[in-house]
Design a protein around this ligand. Structure first.
Ligand code: SF4
Ligand code: SF4
Length: 403
């Protein structure tokens, strides 16, 4: 009964948004309930490296999901890979994903979660204390409990950047142990910054099988990153892309970017197996599912991305190059603050923005005391004003934030 209600809800919501005529025929049959129970629409797929997983081009980044029914609806619409993190809603997101996937055949979905190590300095991307494998494994076990699963398909080591961190012997041993103990099928890295370095190290490790990397049409050093991606892919690393819309909005209150164009641009690289999309509404889900049926970019879509003049506007996407940190006399973790700003104004995800900035030290409002901001940002951001704006989130109590 509950299943029927959910199907009905999914059908009505999606059809109400834009009409069945927009949906490809295989999706129409799935969503209209014409298909037999448990037969989900076939979506276009690619193979995720040596994991052998045949993944739909769109995967779900679950940070924007606020109801387990939405996760279940994404599954029923054909989504197979779901990615959460221990730090999304302080673990509540993993519970929600687990609820959404409960009682489904375990081999019909793939679930991964990012488990960060304690003692990582986000400013330098290095450890501030020795990596504690026991503590890490225990964190991973807590994650399984929250999902209500015996195992996940991926444990991801997030904020991977520096080679010495990715290849840290204790890290590699812990990841291997998690696999040996049957707590995960595969392990991977997630990298926002120093991505080339992280990916090269993951490829050399012989341990990691997957990499989730920030990749979008605003990526700098694209040629060299693409070459590292190609080598990783050749070595069997499955690559999924995140931060794919480069902030979704051009400016805080300006027109949105052409999301379809931004996502199609990613698939021009055949070494990327899937996009992790932080979908939070049926409309986004439906749009994504329609988009992957036709990856050809029109002239207008290319024009919309303004590829020829990337410096024309800074937008909201922080390249996480960390070049600003040594320029700031207060050593602020500006890249993390800028990510929070992007979540708030680009993705309109205030919960993720709040959680991202929660652990950043900005005591005493240092930017207010700086007469002139000394930062020369690679992306051309007005750093001072962005920090003054988003740091107000630090004053919002946690009970006001939807997990
Ligand atoms: S210099 Fe600009 S683009 Fe680079 S990390 Fe700092 S804020 Fe982001
Ligand atoms: S205004 Fe600029 S230089 Fe001063 S503390 Fe803020 S980010 Fe650093």
């Amino acid at each position: 009964m509950e299943n029927n209600n959910r199907r009905e809800f999914l059908k009505k919501s999606i059809l109400a948004i834009s009409g069945a005529a927009l949906l490809p025929s295989n999706l129409r049959s799935g969503m209209n309930g014409v298909s037999p129970e448990n037969v989900r629409p076939e979506l276009p797929t690619r193979i995720l490296g040596k994991t052998g997983i045949n993944t739909p081009l769109i995967s779900m980044g679950t940070s924007g999901a606020t109801a387990s029914g939405f996760v279940r609806s994404a599954y029923e619409a054909g989504i197979k890979l779901f990615f959460s993190a221990t730090y999304y809603g302080e673990g509540n997101n993993e519970k929600l994903v687990g609820e959404g996937l409960r009682e489904l055949p375990r081999d019909s979905f793939v679930v991964g979660t990012a488990v960060p190590s304690d003692g990582m300095d986000m400013r330098s991307g290095t450890f501030t204390k020795p990596f504690d494998s026991q503590a890490y494994i225990s964190k991973a076990e807590q994650s399984l409990k929250r999902f209500g699963l015996d195992y996940v398909d991926f444990f991801l080591f997030p904020y991977a950047g520096k080679r010495e961190v990715v290849l840290n012997e204790e890290v590699l041993k812990a990841m291997e142990l998690l696999k040996k103990q049957g707590k995960t099928r595969f392990v991977g890295i997630a990298s926002h910054s120093d991505t080339e370095e992280a990916l090269k190290a993951a490829t050399d490790s012989g341990v990691f099988e997957m990499a989730m990397i920030a990749y979008n049409y605003k990526t700098s050093n694209l040629e060299s990153l693409n070459s590292v991606i190609a080598k990783a892919r050749k070595a069997g690393i499955g690559i999924v892309a995140m931060k794919t819309t480069a902030g979704a909005m051009r400016q805080k209150s300006g027109p949105p970017i052409n999301i379809d164009a931004a996502l199609k641009w990613i698939f021009r690289n055949e070494n990327i197996s899937s996009i992790v999309s932080g979908m939070s509404s049926f409309e986004e889900l439906q749009k994504n599912l329609v988009m992957i049926q036709n990856l050809k970019m029109s002239d207008q879509e290319l024009k919309d991305l303004n590829l020829a003049d990337m410096s024309a506007e800074p937008g909201l996407y922080c390249r996480q190059c960390r070049k600003c940190i040594p320029q700031c006399p207060n050593n602020l973790d500006i890249p993390t603050i800028m990510r929070s700003y992007m979540y708030a104004y680009g993705y309109k995800n205030s919960s993720q923005a709040w959680h991202t900035i929660a652990n950043v030290e900005i005591s005493g409002r240092p930017c207010e005391k700086c007469e002139v901001c000394r930062i020369n940002c690679t992306a051309g951001f007005d750093i001072k004003n962005k920090i003054l704006d988003i740091s107000r989130l630090k004053d919002v109590p946690s009970e006001f934030v939807i997990a």
